[in-house]
Write a protein that binds this ligand. Structure first.
Ligand code: ZN
Length: 312
């Protein structure tokens, strides 16, 4: 079944005029071939949109459509979630919590903040494929990130970010960036950089790095490791420059170090789908249906690098 992918706000409003339309969309994402009861495999059901629930006609099993999703236990209308997914994926720089709160008339900033973070959790596909072919790896320092969110204080500790960029052939022997992965790491120790490569790149891949000897173990681990002079990593450098521009944008002036990883995930998701922003909307909701998002408590208790809540 082909689900609609609205491309403009008027289209969005006609596809999703109310809660029921959103619920039907979630229904189709969960059961693309029609309802099947997980207990008795019955196919007939009743729908209760107000309770976000479907009940099997045969055995009366209740299925809450938002259970086990990023929307679980949310009191916000589904329409607010759908607007969040639509605006995050289709607006070029994304949307800030402040803008989102204003545009949708959400009462508290924290509600908007939390909702967008949960959407970011649906920007990392659990079954995503590792990078392959030829991959540039490099690190950069992301500065101006407020430690612990104490705004205005000059404790702007820089955070080390490692990135992997697939090298693809462009036209006329040029190279273009394929998929990107990014991770905030505590330091450039061998264990951190090599661990990142192992989690994100298929063994056997040609891996280009700078001369940092932390990468030397890669050859032994089955990678074709080539260490280049720094100037020979053009794609990684360009992505880091794009990332910094994006993070400096007006929306992201409140990024705290412990949540930086969530923005790195969003940046990579946007980059990897930059030619298909409208299918990205559907993709986010698809992942959202299978993703338990960080709770309010987890978001605020995240460790220094947000590893426990933003790395999956
Ligand atoms: Zn049943």
């Amino acid at each position: 079944m082909k689900l609609p992918s609205p491309q403009t706000l008027p289209e969005f409003q006609s596809v999703f005029p109310n809660e029921e339309a959103c619920l039907l969309y979630l229904f189709d994402l969960r059961w693309p071939g029609g309802f099947v009861c997980r207990k008795c495999t019955g196919r007939k059901h009743y729908s209760y949109p107000l309770r976000r629930t479907v009940v099997c006609k045969t055995c009366r099993t209740h299925v809450r459509l938002t259970a086990g999703t990023i929307m679980e236990r949310s009191k916000q209308p589904l329409l607010t979630w759908f607007y969040g997914a639509f605006l995050t994926t289709t607006l070029t720089p994304g949307i800030s919590a402040v803008q989102f709160q204003r545009q949708l008339g959400i009462g508290r900033y924290e509600t908007a903040f939390q909702l967008l973070h949960k959407i970011r959790a649906a920007m990392v596909a659990p079954e995503r494929e590792l990078l392959h072919g030829c991959v540039e790896i490099d690190e950069t320092l992301i500065g101006g990130v407020h430690k612990g969110g104490e705004r205005g204080r000059s404790t702007q500790k820089k955070t080390l970010v490692i990135g992997a960029v697939e090298v693809r052939q462009g036209r006329k022997r040029s190279v273009v960036a394929g998929r990107v992965r990014l991770r905030a790491i505590p330091d450039a120790a061998c264990s951190a950089v090599v661990g990142f490569v192992q989690e994100n790149v298929v063994p056997g891949t040609t891996v280009l790095t700078d001369g940092h000897n932390g990468y030397n173990a890669l050859q032994r681990l089955g990678y074709q490791h080539r260490s280049e002079v720094a100037a020979a990593l053009p794609l990684a450098h360009r992505e880091f420059a794009n990332l910094k521009t994006w993070l400096r944008g007006p929306h992201h002036d409140r990024v705290e170090r412990k949540h930086l990883q969530a923005y790195l995930n969003e940046f990579a998701f946007r980059h990897n789908r930059r030619f298909w922003p409208f299918s990205a909307f559907q993709r986010v909701l698809q992942i959202a249906m299978k993703t338990a998002a960080p709770t309010y408590h987890e978001l605020y208790q995240a460790d220094e690098f947000g590893t426990d809540v933003h790395v999956r």
